[in-house]
Design a protein. Structure first.
Length: 924
C-alpha cells in the first residue's frame, strides 16, 4: 500500500464495508473538541486495501485493490459514514469472494476503531468517554504546549486510544455480505468546522479577531489578571489578549493602558510625593509614571482601580499591576503588544525595542502596534523573518504623527506607504463608519476595501457596550459589531473591545443570520416576543410607527395599553398621564390635576381631554435614562400618530403577528368618572371579530383580578395578571389564587432575579411555581440601555434575554423586539447544538464572589412576598352616570390595589433614575 500525502482539504473519514446486516451498527466517526494544531483542517485520508485468494485449494496470486476515500466535513461527534464507504468501494469488491481489508487513516488529529455491532447509543457514549478520560480546555492538566497550546495534548491522547489503522478480524467479500464497522474519531477542534461554514470578507477569509483590550476591562480594572482570565473564559477560542506596554525603571514590562498611572491605580495614595510632569507629544502631562518606579515597587505596592465610573468598583484596590510575563503565563491563543509611547520610554533610556525582541524569542508575540511610524520601521528591521505582524495605530485624523510630522489623516491617504513597514492598521471605528453631529451613521468609507486591496489588515477600536454610540444601533452593542463585520461590502479583520464576549457572540452567533427564519415560539423553541407599546425604544410608544417597527422587527405579540379620553374614545398609550408620552405639557398645562388613585404627583390626564383635543398633541419619545445622556432616537422624537383601539385592532388583523395583548388599568377609578373601560374594550374586540378569531391569540392583561374576571365570557381569550409590586417571591397560596382567575402572569424582573446593588444574587423559583399551576410567565420590562442592566449581564441586553429564556419564561416583554428576534434567529438560541461558542445565561453571584467582602454595597432589606391578599381585588364599582367632572383632583386612598402598585412602581422608578454613577435597574 502506498501512502497518500496529506493535502489541505476538509476533514475526511473512511471505512471498508459492503452491505450492513440486520442490526449491525453503522460505520461512524467521532470527533472531539479542542483547538486544531497546524494542519488540523487538512484532509484526513484513509486508504482501504483489500486482498483475496480463490476459495479453491492451491496456490494463487494475491489480488489487491486500493482506494483513498474522502468523506465530506463533519462536526465533532460520531457520524454515519457507511453509505459513503459502500458507494466508494462497491466496484472494487466485485472481484473478491473473501479477503481482508486494511484501513489506514492519514491524519493524527483523527482516530480509527472497529466495532461489529455499533449501537446508536455508542455515538453519545464514546463522546462522553473521551470527554471524561481525556479532558480539554484551559483547566486540563496537560503540559505539552508546542502545538496549539494545551488543546493539542487532548488530540494526542485521544489518538492513542483510537489508532489510525485497523484490520477487521473477519473475512469479507461477496460471500460474507455483512459490514465490519469502522469507527473513526476526529480529535480536531469544534472551531475548525462551523455549521454552516461562513464566508467572511476579511483579508484572510477567516472570522474577524476578537481583541480583548486589557482583558475584560468592561467589568474589571483595565489590564488586571482577573480581567485577562475572564476574557479567555468568556470569548471565542481564538481571542487575542491586548497589552498596552509600560516599562518600569529597571526595564520590566507591565500591561497598563494610559501613560499616567494615577488614572487607573491607587499609586497616588501609596507614593503621594512621586508625581512628575513630563513632555509627551509636545504637551505637558502631569501624573505618576512607571519609569519612575522599580518593578518591585509597582508589583508589591500598586493596585488597580476601575477608571470608568459606570463600571463596577468592587474590584478596586484588590488586584495588582500585571507583568507581561504573568499574562503570557495564561497561555493566550494570541498576544498583542501595543506601544503607545515608544519615544517617551526611549527618552528615559529604556529600550523598548530590545524588550519586545527578547519577548518575541522567549514566548512569541503575534502583533505589535504603535502610533509611531519610526518605532515600527526600526522594530521591523530587527525582527527579520519573524511572524510578528506590525500594525500602525491611527489616532484622531488631525493629530500629528511624531516621526513623519504628518497628520494621521494625511498618512491614511497613503496606505501604500504604510504597507512598506506594516501588515495592518488599527483605526478608530469612525474611520470606517463615520457618524454625524447628531450621532447617526453616515455612509461607510472605502478604507477597508482600499487597505485589503493592498494586503493590509484593518482592525477597529473604541468598542464598548457601555458608551454612547450611534442611535442607529438602538443601544444594542451586537448591532454595532455586525455593522463592521457583516455588511454586504466588507468586514474588518478584528475589533478591539472592552467586552470581548459580546464581540465573540456577534461573530459566532449573529453574523450571517439576518435572513434566518424566526422559529415559532413554544416550550421547546423560544419564548414569545411581546412588544411593549410597539417598538417603543425606537419610536414613540403607542404610535403607528412603533407598531409597524415591532412587526418588522419580529414581535409575536403587540400590545395596546388602553387609555380613555373624556368622551370615552379608547386609544393606545402607556400612561393616562399625557405628559409622559405626548407634548401635552406644552399645550394643556391648565388641565393639570392630581389624581392619587392613578399616580403620585400631578399630571395631565387623558380622561380630562376630548379625543379631538388629544389628536392635536404630538407623541413624544422620552427614554428612561434621558437625564443620564442616553437619549432614544432623537430624530423620531415626535414621529408617528396615536392610534385608537379600533385602529390598533385593524392593524393587528392585517399583520402577521400571532396575537395581541390589550392592557386595562384604572377601571375602578374610570367607573367613577362615568367611563366603562371594560365594556368599551369588550365591544371593540367583538366589533373587530376577535371573539371569533382563530389565527391570532387575544391576551387581556390587567393588575385587577375583577377586570380579568369580566372576560370569562370570552373563553378563547387568555387572561394575564400583571404583578407590579416590588416583591421577591410568591407564596404557594398566592400562586394557587392567581390560577383561579388568570391563565398567565406578567411579572417584573425583580421577581425572577434578586439583586444586590447592581449585581445579581440569585434566580428565584417563581417561574417554576407558576408553571406548577399551569400559568404562563411573561417577564418585563426589558430595555436595551446598559444602565438598565445588572453588571452580570455584561452591559449586553441580549444576555438578559438569554438568561430569562434559559429559565423557561414563556414570554419576554420588551421595548426593543428586534434585539430579541435577532438572538432567536441565531443558532446560539438552540442550546442542543454543539457550537464552538454560544451566549451563556448570566451566573448570579459569580461576580460578587470574586470581590472582597468589604467592597460590596450595603445589603438591601428583604422585599415582600406575594400573598393572596395582594392580588384579589373587590368587584368593579358601577359606572357613575355623569362622573366627577373634568378637573378632577382626589386625595382619597386608592380603591384598587393595582393603582397603588402603579404608584409605588412609579416612585421606585423615579428613585432609581436618580442614582448617579451606578447602573439603574428600574424595575428590580
Amino acid at each position: 500500500m502506498h501512502p497518500a500525502a496529506l493535502a489541505p482539504a476538509p476533514a475526511v473519514f473512511s471505512s471498508a464495508s459492503v452491505r450492513p446486516r440486520r442490526g449491525a451498527a453503522p460505520a461512524t466517526i467521532s470527533s472531539t473538541s479542542g483547538r486544531p494544531r497546524s494542519g488540523a483542517r487538512g484532509a484526513v485520508r484513509c486508504e482501504v486495501a483489500s486482498s483475496s485468494a480463490p476459495a479453491a485449494a492451491g496456490p494463487q496470486a494475491a489480488k489487491w485493490a486500493q482506494r483513498t476515500v474522502v468523506i465530506p466535513p463533519q462536526r465533532r461527534g460520531c457520524h454515519l459514514i457507511t453509505p459513503k464507504i459502500v458507494n466508494e468501494i462497491r466496484d472494487d469488491l466485485v472481484e473478491f469472494k473473501c479477503g481482508m481489508a486494511h484501513l489506514f487513516l492519514q491524519h493524527t488529529s483523527a482516530s480509527l476503531t472497529i466495532n461489529e455491532n455499533y449501537d446508536s447509543d455508542v455515538q453519545a457514549d464514546t463522546e462522553t468517554f473521551l470527554s471524561r478520560i481525556v479532558p480539554e480546555g484551559p483547566s486540563a492538566p496537560w503540559r505539552h504546549t508546542i502545538e496549539a497550546q494545551l488543546f493539542h495534548m487532548y488530540i494526542s491522547v485521544s489518538h492513542s486510544y483510537f489508532l489510525a489503522q485497523g484490520t477487521p478480524s473477519n473475512q469479507m467479500g461477496v460471500r460474507y455480505p455483512h459490514i465490519f464497522l469502522i469507527v473513526l474519531l476526529l480529535h480536531g477542534a469544534n472551531a475548525a468546522l462551523k455549521d454552516p461554514v461562513q464566508k467572511w470578507q476579511t483579508l484572510s477569509g477567516a472570522p474577524p479577531l476578537v481583541i480583548a483590550r486589557g482583558g475584560y476591562s468592561g467589568l474589571f480594572p483595565d489590564s488586571s489578571h482577573f480581567g485577562y482570565e475572564f476574557a479567555l473564559a468568556n470569548s471565542l477560542p481564538e481571542v487575542v489578549l491586548f497589552c498596552d506596554l509600560q516599562l518600569s525603571s529597571d526595564n520590566v514590562g507591565f500591561c497598563k493602558t494610559g501613560l499616567a498611572l494615577d488614572n487607573s491605580t491607587l499609586i497616588a495614595e501609596v507614593f503621594p510625593k512621586n508625581d512628575k510632569t513630563y513632555k509627551v507629544n509636545g504637551g505637558d502631562l502631569h501624573g505618576w509614571f512607571s519609569v519612575d518606579f522599580t518593578s518591585n515597587q509597582l508589583m508589591h505596592n500598586v493596585t488597580l482601580i476601575q477608571n470608568v465610573l459606570s463600571r463596577p468598583s468592587i474590584f478596586d484596590g484588590t488586584v495588582g499591576m500585571s507583568l507581561v510575563d504573568d499574562i503570557v503565563g495564561l497561555r493566550p491563543p494570541q498576544f498583542w503588544i501595543n506601544v503607545q509611547y515608544a519615544q517617551f520610554f526611549l527618552d528615559h533610556k529604556l529600550n523598548i525595542e530590545e524588550y519586545i525582541l527578547s519577548k518575541v524569542k522567549e514566548f512569541g508575540v503575534n502583533y505589535v502596534s504603535s502610533p509611531e511610524v519610526g518605532f515600527l520601521k526600526s522594530l521591523g528591521g530587527k525582527l527579520g523573518k519573524s511572524n510578528v505582524k506590525l500594525v500602525l495605530r491611527f489616532l484622531d485624523e488631525q493629530l500629528i504623527e511624531p516621526s513623519t510630522k504628518q497628520t494621521y489623516g494625511a498618512i491614511l491617504k497613503d496606505l501604500k506607504y504604510v504597507k512598506t513597514f506594516a501588515s495592518g492598521i488599527l483605526v478608530p471605528k469612525t474611520y470606517i463608519w463615520p457618524v454625524n453631529k447628531d450621532q447617526y451613521l453616515q455612509p461607510a468609507t472605502t478604507l477597508v476595501k482600499d487597505a485589503h486591496a493592498l494586503g493590509l489588515e484593518v482592525h477597529a477600536f473604541k468598542f464598548a457596550n457601555d458608551v454612547i454610540s450611534s442611535y442607529n444601533y438602538s443601544y444594542d452593542p451586537s448591532a454595532e459589531y455586525l455593522q463592521f463585520i457583516d455588511n454586504s461590502d466588507f468586514s474588518v479583520d478584528g475589533v478591539l473591545t472592552d467586552f470581548p464576549s459580546t464581540a465573540s457572540a456577534a461573530i459566532a452567533c449573529l453574523a450571517h443570520t439576518k435572513d434566518n427564519p424566526l422559529p415559532p415560539p413554544g416550550n421547546d423553541t423560544r419564548p414569545l416576543i411581546i412588544a411593549h407599546n410597539g417598538a417603543s425604544g425606537i419610536f414613540p410608544g403607542g404610535t403607528d410607527l412603533a407598531y409597524q417597527q415591532a412587526v418588522e422587527g419580529g414581535a409575536d405579540i403587540i400590545d395596546c395599553s388602553v387609555q380613555m379620553s373624556k368622551d370615552a374614545v379608547p386609544f393606545c398609550l402607556d400612561s393616562p398621564d399625557l405628559t409622559k408620552g405626548t407634548t401635552a405639557a406644552t399645550i394643556f398645562m391648565t388641565k393639570a390635576a392630581t389624581v392619587n388613585e392613578i399616580q403620585n404627583g400631578s399630571g395631565i390626564f387623558s380622561f380630562d381631554l376630548s379625543w379631538s383635543e388629544i389628536q392635536t398633541l404630538k407623541p413624544e419619545l422620552v427614554g428612561p435614562f434621558n437625564q443620564q445622556g442616553l437619549k432614544r432616537n432623537p430624530a423620531a422624537k415626535n414621529s408617528g400618530k396615536l392610534m385608537t383601539l379600533a385602529d390598533f385592532l385593524a392593524f393587528s388583523k392585517s399583520s402577521n403577528v400571532s396575537g395581541i395583548l390589550v392592557e386595562i388599568r384604572n377601571a375602578p377609578y374610570l367607573a367613577t368618572r362615568g367611563i366603562d373601560i371594560v365594556d368599551t374594550v369588550s365591544s371593540a374586540l367583538v366589533n373587530a371579530s376577535y371573539d371569533k378569531e382563530t389565527r391570532q391569540q387575544v391576551l387581556i392583561a390587567s393588575d385587577d383580578s375583577a377586570v380579568l374576571g369580566s372576560f370569562n365570557k370570552f373563553p378563547s381569550f387568555k387572561r394575564v395578571l400583571e404583578i407590579g409590586q416590588v416583591i421577591s417571591d410568591a407564596s404557594k397560596p398566592s400562586v394557587e389564587e392567581v390560577a383561579k382567575f388568570a391563565d398567565a402572569v406578567s411579572i417584573s424582573r425583580g421577581l425572577v432575579v434578586q439583586a444586590h446593588g447592581s449585581f445579581l444574587l440569585r434566580f428565584t423559583d417563581v417561574i417554576d411555581k407558576m408553571h406548577t399551576e399551569s400559568l404562563s410567565v411573561y417577564i418585563g420590562l426589558l430595555k436595551n440601555e446598559f444602565m438598565n442592566l445588572g453588571f452580570d449581564f455584561m452591559a449586553n441586553p441580549m444576555m438578559e434575554i438569554v438568561s430569562y429564556s434559559s429559565l423557561m419564561a414563556d414570554g419576554i416583554v420588551t421595548e426593543f423586539p428586534a434585539t430579541a428576534a435577532e438572538y432567536f434567529r441565531s443558532p446560539c438560541s438552540d442550546f442542543s447544538k454543539n457550537l464552538t461558542y454560544t451566549i451563556m445565561p448570566a451566573k448570579p453571584g459569580a461576580l460578587l464572589n470574586l470581590a472582597h467582602p468589604g467592597a460590596l454595597p450595603p445589603a438591601q432589606g428583604p422585599a415582600l412576598v406575594l400573598e393572596p391578599a395582594d392580588i384579589v381585588d373587590p368587584p368593579l364599582p358601577p359606572v357613575t352616570v355623569g362622573g366627577h367632572g373634568a378637573a378632577s383632583s382626589s386625595n382619597d386612598s386608592s380603591t384598587n390595589s393595582g393603582a397603588t402598585a402603579a404608584g409605588a412602581s412609579s416612585g421606585l422608578c423615579l428613585l432609581l433614575a436618580g442614582l448617579a454613577a451606578l447602573l439603574a435597574v428600574s424595575d428590580w
